[in-house]
Design a protein. Structure first.
Length: 432
């Protein structure tokens, strides 16, 4: 009897010990998970303020934050639906202005400038003397001197209504069709819209090894250290190309892995295939870090490639590699700490923003989900960061808006997919 009692007591003690051990392991795993730190954000549902003049936005296709923390955006002309523009008087078949249909609305100018409070403080854009305006605007960058750069991707692929296909079924949702691109150039302006320089001419591209023309470029970056203009080129070509930012003189270019670009049309993207040896259209972003590395968005290949400034390949990483359609790697910017520890990457197809450790290219967390309410995304296309660390995003398709996400400091990652980062209180304090 005593022997049985001893055995029972031993088993009971063993079970208790195992339960305690299991609890300790779970707590340890929770603590270890909580040691992953990342920037934390909350959406500002009141930013920006309403536009004046009955203006509305079309597809917002570019965003940039300047040295004064002013937020610049560019929208596509003619992309609101017809019944959104009933206040605009149209020209009839005889050349006369037709009657106004209703009191609302009118599409605002292509280029808009906002202050930190969300007030519209500047606007301009459209055709003018001495330059060619894009038929389909795409991308905007304000450089370290305050100059404004923009381009376009018109005629890469057209829908039935004559608008870019990305207005109908995806932002560049198919590879370049072979039809000659119209927007084979980029433009440089002052901040009040005075024309300064054009690189390239419409319908003049000779392909991915042409030093003089672009082919539907997606995004620009100006290197302050060398005053060089880097272009993600783009929707028609398969390369990064570099020019002198003052003269427009050609410097160099390269394709994926540093190869000479090849314009052979790629086959359909298959995630299980070996890595594509060329960039797939579009090459959608280019950015240079403080340690002189060039980060390139190879959007429909679901990957980011990293280079030295001479085009020597360094490394790559895939993000949601099974993503088809318009791909997962849209536009990337760096955090504002001195080391630029983090990359903020937009994914318009999966509809969220990723926060990535820049050194390892590991995704730490992500926020946003599909929808039209504040903090949700539909076609989140472009991204910028101000000096305080706040994020600003721009949405294409029928998203047609910009949003602000307030930086709340660095904190533990308690959930990988954060969903909508709604404000916790009316004025949540920073985490540190």
């Amino acid at each position: 009897m005593k022997r049985n009692l001893c055995i029972g007591a031993t088993f009971l003690a063993l079970i208790v010990a195992l339960q305690i051990g299991s609890t300790v392991v779970k707590k340890r795993a929770t603590v270890e998970a909580a040691t992953v730190q990342a920037p934390i954000f909350e959406v500002d549902p009141f930013w920006p303020k309403p536009l004046p003049n009955k203006w509305i936005l079309g597809q917002v296709i570019g965003l940039s934050v300047d040295s004064n923390d002013h937020i610049w955006m560019i929208q596509r002309s003619g992309t609101p639906e017809a019944n959104e523009l009933h206040a605009a008087r149209k020209v009839g078949p005889t050349g006369d202005l037709l009657p106004q249909v209703a009191q609302c609305c009118i599409q605002g100018p292509p280029v808009m400038e906002y202050d930190e409070a969300g007030n519209l403080i500047g606007h301009w854009g459209g055709p003018g003397p001495g330059y060619d305006w894009p038929s389909s605007e795409h991308g905007i960058t304000v450089d370290y001197k305050g100059n404004v750069w923009l381009g376009g991707n018109g005629n890469v692929r057209r829908g039935a209504a004559g608008v870019p296909a990305e207005a109908e079924q995806g932002e560049g949702g198919a590879a370049y069709s072979g039809k000659k691109a119209e927007d084979d150039f980029i433009l440089k302006f002052t901040q009040d819209g005075k024309f300064l320089m054009q690189i390239g001419k419409p319908n003049q591209s000779k392909g991915s090894n042409d030093p003089d023309n672009l082919k539907a470029p997606a995004k620009e970056f100006i290197d302050k250290e060398t005053n060089e203009l880097y272009v993600a080129d783009g929707y028609g070509n398969h390369r990064v190309i570099v020019f002198d930012a003052d003269t427009g003189k050609y410097k160099r270019h390269w394709g994926a892995y540093g190869h000479v670009p090849d314009d052979t049309p790629p086959k359909a993207y298959v995630p299980s295939d070996p890595p594509d040896q060329q960039f797939r259209n579009p090459v959608h972003c280019v950015n240079i870090s403080v340690d002189r590395l060039v980060y390139v968005c190879d959007r429909e290949n679901d990957r980011m490639q990293v280079f030295h400034t001479d085009g020597t390949f360094v490394k790559e990483a895939y993000f949601d590699k099974d993503t088809l359609g318009s791909g997962s790697v849209w536009e990337a910017v760096f955090s504002k700490d001195p080391e630029q520890k983090y990359i903020y990457l937009t994914d318009g197809e999966n509809r969220h923003v990723r926060i990535i450790d820049r050194q390892s290219l590991t995704v730490l967390t992500q926020f946003g989900e599909g929808g039209r309410q504040p903090g949700q995304f539909y076609g989140v296309h472009s991204i910028g960061v101000d000096s305080k660390g706040n994020i600003f995003t721009a949405e294409t398709y029928r998203g047609q808006r910009i949003q602000k996400f307030i930086y709340k400091g660095i904190g533990p990652v308690t959930k990988f997919d954060q969903g909508v980062v709604w404000p916790k209180t009316a004025s949540s304090p920073p985490l540190n």
